[in-house]
Design a protein around this ligand. Structure first.
Ligand code: FES
Length: 145
């Protein structure tokens, strides 16, 4: 049912953890299943993503997609990271079963939420970026999970 890449990223997720003093942090939640994902971005002065970490309280597909998403955004510019869709993440994982497609949205939205936080903190506008509807950063800020 799952591709080898999905199983690999689920069993050995890359970039799990937190970044202290991250340039941007975003937390998103899936209202249907209740799963939560937090993404941390370390962005240098040239707008290049130097590091990316995530924590998730979610299903295996959410773990695998966020792991792959962190790998994809590293080294990218903010604008390039914005263009990484859940479809691109799924393709990089050789696909997901249809019932799990919504899980991959959490990864894309978590990137957007972290970029949104970065833009707010640095008082910049990122062309094409909208605050994801699933952004629950404000509610979750004080909580640890
Ligand atoms: Fe909730 Fe996958 S079932 S993110």
């Amino acid at each position: 049912m799952y591709s080898e890449k999905v199983m690999d990223h689920f069993q050995n997720p890359r970039n799990v953890g937190e970044i202290e003093n991250a340039s941007g942090v975003g937390t998103v939640g899936n209202a249907k299943c209740g799963d939560i994902m937090r993404m941390y971005l370390d962005i240098d002065n040239d707008g290049i993503i130097q590091d990316c970490k995530f924590k998730t309280f979610g299903c295996g597909a959410a773990v695998a997609t966020s792991s792959m998403a962190t790998e994809l955004v590293k080294g990218k510019t903010v604008q390039e990271a914005l263009e990484i869709t859940n479809k691109a993440v799924m393709e990089a994982l050789d696909g997901l079963p249809p019932v799990k497609v919504h899980c991959s949205l959490l990864a894309e939205e978590a990137i957007h939420a972290a970029l949104w936080d970065y833009a707010q903190k640095h008082d910049i506008k990122i062309e094409g970026l909208e605050k994801p509807k699933s952004d629950i950063s404000e509610e979750e800020d004080e909580e640890d999970y």
